[in-house]
Design a protein around this ligand. Structure first.
Ligand code: ZN
Ligand code: ZN
Length: 494
C-alpha cells in the first residue's frame, strides 16, 4: 500500500467527523520521505491538494444548497433554468475559472393542472390517483379524459393486443424493484405512450420507475414522433399501479384523467462551459460534465444538481493548483438533458472539429451517492494506463474498475466521434427512490457521500489531464443514433 494511501485514509478517518473548517494540510507531513518502494506514478502532493479540501471544506454541498434551495427546479426554458445558467457563470467567475455560455434552443413544456381518479363502480366507491404528467404529454380536453383501462407489461404485449386498445387508456405496468432495473423498464415510459397512441389508445398511464414510494409519482420524458399521434400520458405512484392491477383482475376499470400541460415555442437557452487551459498540451481536452436542467418537480438535488456541483468543485480545486495539468480541463454544464438532449447535441455539433482532440469525457449523472468504482469506455489498454493513478481513490472506496462501461446521456452524441468515456460510478441504490419526484431535494443528499464523490471526480479529472499517455479511442458505438434507441448497459441517471 503506498504511503499516500495511509495519508488519505488517515485524512478521511480524521476528517470525516471534523468541522468544515478543519485543515487537511495539518495532517501527516511529507509522506514522500517515508516511501520505501518506488515512488508512485502520480504527484502525491497534488492528490492531497485536491482530495483534502473536497472532503473537508463542504464547498460542493454549499453550492448544491444555492442551486436547489436558492434557485429550485430548472426545467428547460423556465426562469429557473435561466437563473441556473447565470448562477453557474457567477460561480465559475468567483472560483477564478474562465466560463462562457453557448446557445441552445430548448423545447418548452409546461405542466398544468393534473389529477386522476378510478371511477366508482359496483366494486368500488372510487379512488384518487397520485400522478404526474410525463414531459411532452399533450393536455386532455378541459373536462378530462374518461376511458376503460387496459394493462400491459411491454410494448410487445401492447402490439399483440392490436385494435382492442382503441379508445382505451393503456396502463404500462412493470416490476422495477432495484436501481439496476431502470434501464430495462425506462423504455415503457419513453416509448410506450407513443406506441399506445399509434394503436389507437386515447391515453397512457405508466407505473413510476421507482425503488421506493410513499405514493410519490415519478415523472420523466416520453417521446412522440413528429407527425405521429400524441396522447395524454402520466406516471402514477406504484401504490396506484398496484391498485389498478388488483382491480383489473376483477373486471373492467374506468379512469378519468385531467392534464393541463402545454408545449410552448422553443426557447433560447445555453450550455455553460468553463475551462482550465492545459500547461503543455492545451489542444487536448478532458471534458467533465453534468446537466444543469432538472425536472419541474422537486429541486433536482440528486438529478443532477449533485453532478453539477461535483464537476464545478473539481474545476475550482484544479484552478487553485500551483500549476495547471498538462491538458485542458473543460467543464460542460449541459442544458436540456431531461426532455430533449438539445444541449448535448448542440455541444457535439458546435465542437465537432475538436472532438478528435477530446481525449476523455465524463458525465456525472447518477446522483450524489458515495463513489464505488471508476469505469471506462475506451480501446485496448485503458485500465493499464489508468491503474497507476488509482491509489488516491483507495480511501474513497473507488479504486477499482466497474464491470459497467462508462457513458452518459449527454456524452452519447460524442460516441460516433469515438471519444473515450470515463466515469466515477456512485452508489445509486437509493437514487430511484426520489428520481424525478417532488422529493428530490437537498435533504436527500448526504454531505459526506457528496464530498467523497467530489474528491474522486477532482482526482480522476486531474489524472486524465496529467498522465503521460491518453486512452485509446474505442470502436464506434454499435448503434449510432439517439441514445433512447441504444441499449443502456449502466445505471444512468437521465
Ligand atoms: Zn433525470
Ligand atoms: Zn439526470
Amino acid at each position: 500500500m503506498p504511503a499516500s494511501t495511509f495519508v488519505l485514509s488517515a485524512s478521511l478517518a480524521l476528517l470525516s467527523g471534523a468541522a468544515p473548517a478543519a485543515k487537511p494540510a495539518a495532517a501527516p507531513s511529507k509522506p514522500a520521505a517515508t516511501v520505501k518502494a518506488s515512488a508512485p506514478a502520480y504527484p502525491q502532493a497534488v492528490a492531497e491538494k485536491l482530495i483534502g479540501p473536497a472532503l473537508t471544506e463542504g464547498h460542493a454541498y454549499a453550492r448544491l444548497a444555492e442551486l436547489t434551495d436558492g434557485i429550485g427546479p430548472r426545467l428547460s426554458g423556465s426562469e429557473g433554468a435561466e437563473a441556473a445558467v447565470q448562477w453557474a457563470l457567477r460561480s465559475f467567475k468567483a472560483d477564478g475559472v474562465k466560463a462562457w455560455t453557448e446557445p441552445v434552443k430548448v423545447p418548452r413544456w409546461v405542466r398544468g393542472e393534473e389529477r386522476g381518479e378510478v371511477l366508482a363502480s359496483a366494486r368500488t366507491r372510487g379512488h384518487p390517483l397520485s400522478l404526474l404528467a410525463l414531459g411532452d404529454s399533450p393536455p386532455t380536453p378541459p373536462e378530462g379524459l374518461t376511458a376503460e383501462v387496459v394493462e400491459v407489461t411491454s410494448v410487445e404485449q401492447l402490439a399483440a393486443l392490436g385494435d382492442s386498445v382503441k379508445g382505451k387508456i393503456v396502463f404500462f405496468n412493470h416490476t422495477m424493484t432495484v436501481a439496476a432495473d431502470y434501464g430495462r423498464f425506462a423504455g415503457l415510459r419513453g416509448r410506450g405512450p407513443a406506441a399506445a397512441a399509434k394503436a389507437g389508445a386515447v391515453g397512457a398511464l405508466v407505473r413510476s420507475l421507482a425503488t421506493a414510494s410513499l405514493r410519490t409519482p415519478h415523472t420523466g420524458s416520453t417521446r412522440f414522433e413528429d407527425g405521429a399521434p400524441k396522447i395524454p400520458a402520466a406516471s402514477i405512484a406504484t401504490e396506484d399501479a398496484d391498485l389498478l392491477h388488483r382491480m383489473l383482475a376483477g373486471g373492467p376499470v374506468r379512469v378519468k384523467v385531467v392534464l393541463g400541460s402545454s408545449s410552448l415555442p422553443d426557447a433560447d437557452s445555453s450550455n455553460v462551459i468553463a475551462e482550465i487551459r492545459g500547461r503543455e498540451k492545451p489542444q487536448e481536452i478532458v471534458l467533465i460534465g453534468a446537466h444543469l436542467d432538472s425536472w419541474d418537480v422537486g429541486t433536482g438535488a440528486h438529478d443532477d444538481g449533485a453532478g453539477v456541483v461535483m464537476v464545478m468543485e473539481a474545476a475550482r480545486l484544479l484552478a487553485k493548483l500551483p500549476q495547471a495539468p498538462r491538458r485542458t480541463v473543460r467543464v460542460v454544464l449541459f442544458m436540456n438533458e431531461e426532455n430533449g438532449l438539445r444541449g448535448a447535441r448542440a455541444y457535439a455539433e458546435a465542437h465537432a472539429a475538436e472532438l478528435p482532440r477530446h481525449v476523455a469525457a465524463m458525465e456525472m449523472d447518477a446522483g450524489g451517492g458515495r463513489p464505488v468504482a471508476v469505469s471506462l469506455r475506451a480501446g485496448a489498454g485503458g485500465q493499464d494506463l489508468v491503474r497507476p493513478w488509482l491509489p488516491p481513490l483507495v480511501a474513497l472506496g473507488a479504486a477499482n474498475f466497474s464491470a459497467r462501461e462508462a457513458g452518459g446521456a449527454d456524452l452519447s452524441p460524442m460516441g460516433p466521434a469515438r471519444v473515450p468515456f470515463f466515469g466515477v460510478e456512485v452508489d445509486s441504490s437509493r437514487y430511484f427512490d426520489v428520481h424525478h419526484t417532488h422529493a428530490d431535494t437537498l435533504d436527500k443528499v448526504d454531505p459526506q457521500d457528496l464530498a467523497r464523490s467530489t474528491a474522486a471526480v477532482a482526482w480522476v479529472t486531474y489524472a486524465l489531464a496529467e498522465m503521460p499517455g491518453t486512452l485509446v479511442r474505442p470502436e464506434p458505438p454499435a448503434q449510432p443514433g439517439p441514445p433512447a434507441a441504444a441499449p443502456q448497459p449502466k445505471v444512468s441517471g437521465h
